[in-house]
Design a binder for this molecule. Structure first.
Ligand code: GLA
Ligand code: ZN
Length: 702
């Protein structure tokens, strides 16, 4: 994965999606003036402009885009140029209605929105290649061009199409993957329920059936759909590489959002020149900054630890959730800088100027409907100055402490029907383990189960139901070589075809964990179990219990009640130079924390000083020994962060938003510290004060 930075961008990226085709060109003049006022360095343009750029098949109208790119260039603003292939024009669909995707129920979607694409359609591929080629020829050497933004958020709103064209394409994919139809029958276990196929022609996409369809077929269809979408990305990328050499190509990911679970970002991370991500806060009542941190950590991991870029988030509320609260004063700066702390080379937004018309007119923007005399605008200007003060962190890398294993294929398999307990949610376990690590101020890398884990003292496996033999062997070697492993229940159960590993559960992991599980006994709603451990301490679990038989592992905690009363609940095995923990129930947050604490002790993972749990501390370090500490205070109280030595605080002299709890409409964007707009370092020694709701960044000495 050749990680590059946008061409000619000598600054952290700050800006947003800019859709000026919504406005008369007179407004563009004000836009660029305001962009300069805010310190905007790059904007994303043309993402949805196909119908304007190619008003009829083969006839192009580039005039407005020529003027726009020239204007941006004249004002020193770099351009992330979209290929508009996520929004084919109406003329295209009228000529090729077969390119409209079909649902598993057999309903064909209509055009009139965006992202309505059957990725197997050869007409779509031809048309997408055409507009991409035309753009590359016209703008490939434009001096404003910094980055290509292919398509938009592949995988949504349609993650898979079930049309006849896709059926034919699926058969080809199966043929390439398996060779013979017998091999497909074997992999899918079609001997059961009389599903055997005599030829490829008989095989269909997993369309709606009256009861459960074949699980391995469904799993393969998700792989096929992801691979098909990726083929189309590659096609555009290769055109751009050829016709516009030297300009990096990206497409915006959505790594941790539950809205997009159909893309295997491990595979995609290897295809792009620069990993970019979109992240929006989910207002589900949880501590939203934790999901943000997780998304950022996952994006950095997909980028192999290299710097990446946050291409979209929001200045304030979105408009697509059930309730869309405004961000609190200071929250936008905290969100933006949390991404930067975790490796983003800047912070970009959807969108620059709030729309008056169309689907997203109630979505916040950098320039709100109310214009510049608004809290949001003042905070945007303040953030621009803050990012300017942080220029020197560019190119440094976030320093991880521990790893969590992550695999989209396992999530896909896990989400199939007819499982021991519907209430078991693998993503919930991943979130909960992540939260336990976050609360200990540990920075998490995500890792593929078959990747090299030797750099991490502690590796957590939250609930990875699908795990290959090779992954199991990888974890065994990791522990033997001195690693500490924590595994949650319902991990390592099936192989890549959703077939149960031979022998007792958990097939891929019983060796490293030193135990077998004879039976699961999932719990009913409201049922809880108590677990007793060292010194009479007690923990609580729900959703799941098991009958665990240690075969080399020691029992550390036992079930005090419930179906497995008296049996092992949490075990530990010493193997080689390392340790493997197993947790056989769904522990609540406090209980999980106790186990994570014990594992951290085994792993020798240093406890961060007793900071409030919502004070986030992250480090970035450079090749030349520079070290930076980011401290983000998500609480309403000032906090003190102990420092290992002395350093220089970079943000307080700039303008970066305001304290949490400041009433909307007041004080936003007021300088926190010294004079606005004149970043000056402030010496700090031994400890750092982070005001309520604020962010501080220290360049550490030595
Ligand atoms: C996505 C899209 C944007 C916009 C935002 C709104 O991220 O890429 O075009 O719709 O959502 O939150
Ligand atoms: Zn299709």
């Amino acid at each position: 994965m050749p990680q590059t930075t946008p061409k000619g961008l000598q600054r952290l990226a700050f800006g947003g999606d800019y859709n000026p085709e919504q406005w008369p060109e007179s407004v563009w003049q004000e836009d660029v003036r305001l962009m300069r006022e805010a310190g905007v360095t790059m904007v994303s343009v043309g993402i949805f402009s196909w119908a304007l750029l190619e008003p009829e098949s083969g006839r192009h109208d580039f005039g407005w885009l020529d003027r726009l790119l020239d204007l941006l260039h004249a004002h020193g603003i770099r351009v992330d140029l979209g290929t508009p292939t996520v929004a084919p024009p109406a003329w295209f669909y009228r000529a090729h209605p077969e390119a409209l995707p079909v649902t598993a129920e057999g309903m064909r979607y209509s055009y009139g929105s965006r992202g309505t694409i059957c990725h197997s359609s050869s007409a779509y591929r031809t048309a997408a290649a055409g507009i991409t080629t035309a753009l590359a020829r016209r703008y490939g050497s434009h001096p404003a061009l910094a980055l290509w933004h292919v398509h938009n958020e592949y995988g949504v709103p349609v993650s898979a199409c079930y049309c006849d064209g896709c059926a034919a394409h699926f058969r080809n994919w199966l043929h390439e993957t398996y060779g013979s139809v017998e091999a497909v029958n074997e992999a899918w276990g079609t001997a059961f329920w009389g599903q055997a196929y005599g030829s490829y022609e008989e095989i269909l996409p997993p369309r709606v059936t009256p009861t459960v369809g074949n699980p391995a077929q469904q799993l393969d269809y998700r792989r096929f759909a992801d691979a098909t979408i990726r083929e189309n990305f590659r096609m555009e990328r290769d055109i751009l590489h050829e016709l516009a050499p030297g300009i990096p190509v990206t497409t915006n990911f959505m790594t941790a959002l539950s809205q997009c679970d159909s893309i295997d970002y491990w595979a995609w991370g290897r295809e792009v020149d620069l990993v970019t991500n979109d992240h929006y806060l989910m207002t589900d009542g949880r501590r939203t900054h934790i999901n943000l941190a997780m998304a950022a950590d996952l994006t950095r991991s997909v980028a192999g630890g290299a710097p990446w870029l946050l291409l979209e988030h929001s200045t304030s509320g979105v408009n697509w959730q059930a309730r869309n609260p405004a961000k609190r004063p200071g929250e936008m700066a905290r969100n933006s800088l949390a991404h930067v702390a975790r490796g983003s080379e800047g912070a970009m937004f959807f969108q620059w100027r709030q729309s008056r018309r169309g689907a997203e007119k109630f979505h916040s923007a950098m320039v709100p409907h109310g214009g510049t005399d608004t809290r949001v605008w003042r905070e945007v200007v303040a953030l621009g100055a803050g990012l300017e003060a942080l220029e020197e962190v560019r190119g440094t890398r976030t320093v991880p402490d521990v790893a969590v294993l992550w695999d989209w294929h396992s999530w896909w398999a896990q989400s199939l029907e007819w499982r021991p307990n519907e209430a078991h949610d693998a993503r919930e376990r991943a979130d909960s383990f992540y939260e336990a690590l976050y609360d200990r101020h540990l920075t998490v890398d995500f890792a593929h189960p078959e990747s090299d884990l030797s750099a991490y003292p502690l590796v957590v496996v939250p609930a990875l139901y699908l795990m290959t033999e090779a992954a199991g062997q990888n974890l065994r070697e990791y522990v033997e070589d001195g690693g500490t492993l924590v595994v949650s229940y319902f991990s390592g159960i099936v192989d890549e075809h959703d077939a149960v590993h031979p022998g007792a559960y958990p097939g891929a992991l019983r060796d490293v964990l030193g135990l077998t599980v004879e039976e699961w006994s999932p719990l009913l709603d409201e049922q809880r179990v108590r677990i007793e451990g060292p010194g009479g301490a007690s923990l609580t679990g729900d959703v799941w219990t098991e009958f665990v038989r240690p075969r080399g592992a020691e029992t550390v905690w036992s079930y005090a009640d419930g179906p497995a009363a008296g049996g092992p609940a949490v075990t530990r095995r010493r193997l080689g130079r390392g340790t493997a923990w197993y947790v056989s129930t769904r522990l609540d947050a406090a209980s999980l924390d106790a186990i994570v604490a014990a594992a951290c002790e085994d792993a020798g993972v240093a406890e961060r000083a007793a900071l409030p749990r919502d004070v986030e501390v992250v480090r970035r370090a450079g090749d030349d020994g520079q070290r930076y500490l980011f401290a983000l205070n998500h609480t309403a109280e000032d906090a003190e962060v102990p420092l290992d030595g002395s350093g220089t605080e970079l943000l307080a002299g700039a303008v970066v938003g305001t304290a949490a709890g400041t009433p909307v409409g007041t004080a936003a964007g007021t300088p926190v510290g010294a004079t606005a707009g004149t970043p000056v370092g402030t010496p700090v020694d031994g400890k750092l004060t982070v005001p309520a709701g604020a962010v501080r960044v220290v360049r550490l000495d030595g």
